[in-house]
Ligand binder design. Structure first.
Ligand code: DGT
Ligand code: CA
Ligand code: CA
Ligand code: ZN
Length: 581
């Protein structure tokens, strides 16, 4: 995968903006903006079209645009894009990413006040130089300052899914260079943390290849600013502010560097302490002998050799948080972690019956395409009116449609579920007779978030211990980088789930990743079953499951801990048992 449609669309969008900033013919810039939107919606293979020369058959794509798109698709860059960038300082382009400031106004600021960076703009606003421009005023200055402030806050951390997508094209561009032996993402991205501060990329190559590597990295079309361009370390900015570090090391140093830059810092500290006890010093380049150390240094060809030298099993990157991994690795008891291939199906998905965008039939088809053997619908219950929650009559209708689709399927099972709202008093939204009609019930809180820890815990425990409950959905209600979850005594909730044979989900929506991985080892110890649920609102969202798998791996979970790695009949049995049948 080189450049996906979303990234090509982003480059086209930027080209449109660059044209506007340069005061080009408005028809031309508009064509680029329109093409960006068109490309985002294209579902067939762009690379194929680029090779066949059929890009021009797409509406609104003329000869010039077709060439740009073909170049981006096939080579990952475009000469026209590079040329346009030369005509505008990066700081000017950055100004257009501020909320409320379009290219037209930025052009005015650039031309009339010679402002060429966000910092210069902030200074000019503070000195009231902007208010004097025609079409600007004191109110505008205040708004600009506020936009700058919020961009600074917002740009500090990123969702895992966003960072992963941003890193992908850089990794493949670097891997394609002759002389690059290995190239991996390190840091929090490799550890699959729920949010990422910056991307860290590590390249193994001979010194001869370094200039080419640096050039490819710093001039990549998705790079919006070069922060640092050093001999062995470069830092660039991607899009509106995500930073990416790239380090070049010699191939024999790579295992050490990969280990060090994967972190976490806390994991590294413990590694060094353990090395020291064996008379070795460990850093990002090598083992070295301490005065009382062994005569011969351990041979290290790959990362696992470092762990072996310290008497440890290999620790999968996701687990390197200095939480449970050293204890397990020392006992050679690191589990075989769950993998995406182990997943056989999923539940907690929405359809057009409530707030989903795909139909039942489309969701089923997409699940089959993923190679799954079952799928479960869990549309919202009646209380969630804002999300098109289902009245009991609609539930019956949905069940009839499921029966029809099921009748045409062989070897694939559709489970009938609901995402039932937990009311403020902990009772469930549907009455028992409606709940009894589902194969399983996901219970979630969607309103009245303002609770003390005691209130939230009581509400959740009551809901979890309801006879009809099968799975507790997004247990804390948090939205990453957005909303803190309500405070919960999670230990008590996990205990209640364990005692009543209920499951808890890892909601795999990139914004949620809730239950947090830090609770998973306790959940496992208590015997709580875990579901990895996509909370899908479109067919494409079904692949969110892989983010949940990452979180499960961070928590040290194996396939047997995860209900949706089990066979369909065992899942069905679990559903029945969870309500005491
Ligand atoms: P992030 O970027 O905040 O999401 O988290 P990381 O873990 O990617 O942190 P980052 O990018 O600052 O550094 C990458 C890795 O480099 C980090 O996980 C461990 C290693 N590292 C960086 N600074 C230190 C340090 O001062 N001591 C040790 N032991 N390791 C460090
Ligand atoms: Ca990092
Ligand atoms: Ca870093
Ligand atoms: Zn929900």
């Amino acid at each position: 995968m080189n450049m996906g449609v979303e990234q090509i669309a982003a480059v086209l969008e930027e080209m449109g903006t660059l044209l506007e900033l340069q005061g080009a013919n408005p028809f031309k810039s508009r064509a680029f903006h329109a093409a960006a939107r068109t490309i985002e919606g294209v579902t067939d293979d762009l690379a194929q079209r680029a090779r066949d020369g059929t890009l021009r058959e797409i509406k609104g794509i003329g000869e010039g645009l077709a060439k740009v798109i073909a170049d981006l698709t096939l080579t990952g860059r475009s000469k026209e894009h590079d040329e346009l960038r030369k005509g505008v300082p990066v700081g000017v382009l950055e100004m257009t990413r501020l909320q409320g400031l379009g290219p037209k106004r930025v052009r005015t600021l650039w031309m009339h006040l010679k402002l060429a960076s966000v910092e210069a703009l902030a200074k000019a606003c503070a000195e009231h130089r902007v208010a004097s421009l025609e079409g600007f005023g004191e109110k505008t200055e205040e708004n600009i300052l506020r936009a700058i402030e919020s961009q600074r806050q917002f740009a500090s951390r990123w969702l895992y899914a966003v960072a992963e997508e941003a890193a992908e094209p850089l990794l493949s561009a670097l891997r394609a260079i002759k002389g690059v032996e290995l190239c991996e993402a390190a840091g929090s991205l490799r550890r699959r943390r729920e949010t990422i501060g910056d991307i860290d990329i590590l390249v193994a190559a001979r010194p001869k290849a370094a200039p080419e590597i640096r050039k490819t990295f710093t001039t990549h079309p998705l790079v919006t600013r070069v922060v640092n361009d050093g001999e062995t370390k470069c830092t660039v900015q991607l899009g509106p502010g995500m930073l990416c570090d790239m380090r070049i090391v010699a191939p024999n140093e790579f295992p050490f560097a990969l280990n060090y830059f994967t972190g976490s810092k806390e994991h590294n500290v413990e590694m060094r302490v353990r090395a020291r006890k064996l008379g070795l010093s460990l850093n990002e380049y090598a083992f070295t002998r301490l005065p009382d150390g062994p005569k011969r240094l351990p041979r290290v060809k790959e990362e696992s050799d470092i762990y072996q030298a310290l008497g440890l099993s290999f620790v999968p990157p996701e687990m390197r948080e200095n939480q449970i991994e050293f204890n397990l690795a020392q006992r050679k008891a690191i589990p075989e972690l769950v993998r995406i291939e182990d997943i056989r199906g999923t539940v907690h998905c929405h359809t057009t019956y409530s707030d989903g965008r795909n139909t039942l039939a489309e969701m089923v088809e997409a699940s089959q395409a993923l190679g799954w053997s079952y799928w479960g619908v869990a549309d919202h219950s009646a209380a969630a009116a804002y999300a098109g929650g289902l009245q009991p009559k609609r539930v019956k209708q949905q069940h009839r449609e499921i029966d029809q689709i099921q009748a045409g399927l062989k070897g694939f099972r559709i489970f009938r579920g609901t995402e039932c709202d937990i009311m403020p008093d902990g009772s469930l939204d549907y009455p028992a007779r409606v709940l009894a009609g589902f194969d399983y019930v996901v219970v979630s809180i969607h309103n009245k978030f303002n609770m003390t820890e005691a209130e939230a815990t009581k509400r959740l425990v009551k809901a979890v211990t309801n006879k009809y409950t099968t799975i507790l959905g997004h247990p804390t209600g948090r939205l990453l980088l957005g909303r803190e979850g309500y405070p919960v005594n999670m230990r008590e909730v996990l205990k209640a789930a364990a005692d009543h044979g209920k499951a808890i989900e890892i909601n795999s929506h990139p914004l949620r990743l809730d239950l947090d991985w830090r609770w998973l080892s306790l959940a496992k110890e208590l015997g709580v079953r875990i579901f990895i649920n996509p909370d899908a609102h479109t067919a494409a969202d079904l692949t969110h499951v892989r983010y949940g798998v990452g979180i499960a791996r961070k928590g040290g979970l194996e396939p047997s801990d995860i209900v949706n790695t089990w066979t369909t009949s065992r899942v069905e049995k679990f559903f029945r048992q969870s309500r005491g049948d």
